[in-house]
Design a protein around this ligand. Structure first.
Ligand SMILES: C[S@@+](CC[C@H](N)C(=O)[O-])C[C@H]1O[C@@H](n2cnc3c(N)ncnc32)[C@H](O)[C@@H]1O
Length: 287
């Protein structure tokens, strides 16, 4: 299947060198409290949804979390130091084993409410979610619609049939935001085809196991019509910091409790001015 050419590829590529870009290493709930209310023009969020396991139950019958996912990138030094990398390169994510599904929902609702408060009126929030746990999205978020990100380079076998992998993106609207006037009906499609970054890709080098494609992020940013001087676009599950490569003019505020993936991303894309002008705020180092 060939990749569709979206109109977002024709958008203005000029980079505003005066944009304020920052990556803070902090827990998101704490970080959200540092922001002013109604100060963010767009959230693109990618929470750790793969932590949920399908049908595992603990001894009390409650659903449990897997606190690991398999990483295709090499483990960072600090992961090794902390002893959280197994020989199969499984990288521990910040969840404890055996946490209940209810805890996860509660936590998601907590960051969602805070993020909603920080969002300007008439703005969008896009949340990458899990197909298997789609029903949870309706319990936690004010779902306006769902966009499906189809990955033409990823195929899974489901009961013997092969299908392209698909990831839902939840669209939340605060007030009455409109998609860019430049978008035609095709661009507003509910199924977007973008290849998932892989270890051997030259343009979209993999620095985080669940890194989102630059082109898909660019498309979402363009659709939301928010990449303008003085606007702020944010992501507090920033991982590698992939959003930085998708925003040319607006300010970018990123947060992740893990900094190692961003460091890897920085090394990989060090010649990109959107990356090397990004300020890193690390609580540990500021103490
Ligand atoms: C699915 S990954 C995001 C990947 C990212 N979109 C990218 O393209 O690289 C989720 C990220 O959430 C971070 N995370 C999990 N819990 C967090 C928390 N409480 N506060 C801040 N970051 C957290 C993890 O460290 C992980 O990097």
């Amino acid at each position: 299947m060939s990749n569709r050419i979206y109109t977002s590829t024709k958008r203005d590529q000029t980079i505003n060198k005066y944009s304020n870009r920052e990556f803070t290493k902090m827990d998101c709930l704490k970080w959200l409290d540092t922001l002013e209310d109604e100060s963010i023009n767009l959230w693109i969020l990618d929470p750790p949804y793969n932590v949920l396991t399908g049908n595992m139950k603990n001894k009390n019958g409650a659903a449990v979390f897997h606190s690991r996912y398999t990483a295709k990138v090499s483990p960072s030094e600090s992961d090794l130091e902390k002893g959280i990398v197994t020989p199969r390169f499984e990288v521990a994510i910040p969840w404890e084993e055996q946490q209940k599904l209810e805890d996860y929902k509660k936590w998601c609702y907590q960051w969602y409410c805070k993020a909603h408060k920080k969002l300007c009126d008439d703005s969008f929030m896009f949340i990458f979610w899990s197909m298997r746990y789609l029903y949870l999205a309706y319990q936690i978020f004010d779902v306006n619609r769902i966009i499906f990100w189809q990955q033409p380079n990823m195929i899974s076998s489901i009961s013997g049939d092969f299908c392209y992998d698909i990831t839902p993106i939840i669209v939340v609207r605060k007030g009455n935001p409109r998609l860019t006037k430049e978008a035609g009906l095709w661009d507003k499609s509910s199924v977007l085809n973008f290849t998932k970054p892989q270890g051997n890709y030259k343009k979209d080098k993999l620095c985080h196991p669940t890194q989102k494609p630059q082109a898909l992020l660019e498309h979402l940013v363009w659709l939301s019509d928010t990449d303008h001087n003085g606007n702020i676009i944010g992501d507090f599950f920033a991982g590698s910091g992939s959003l930085l490569r998708a925003v040319n003019r607006a300010d970018v505020k990123l947060c992740d409790m893990n900094r190692e993936y961003y460091d890897k991303f920085f090394d990989t894309y060090v010649t990109d001015s959107r990356i090397y002008t990004c300020k890193v705020i690390d609580e540990r180092k500021n103490k």
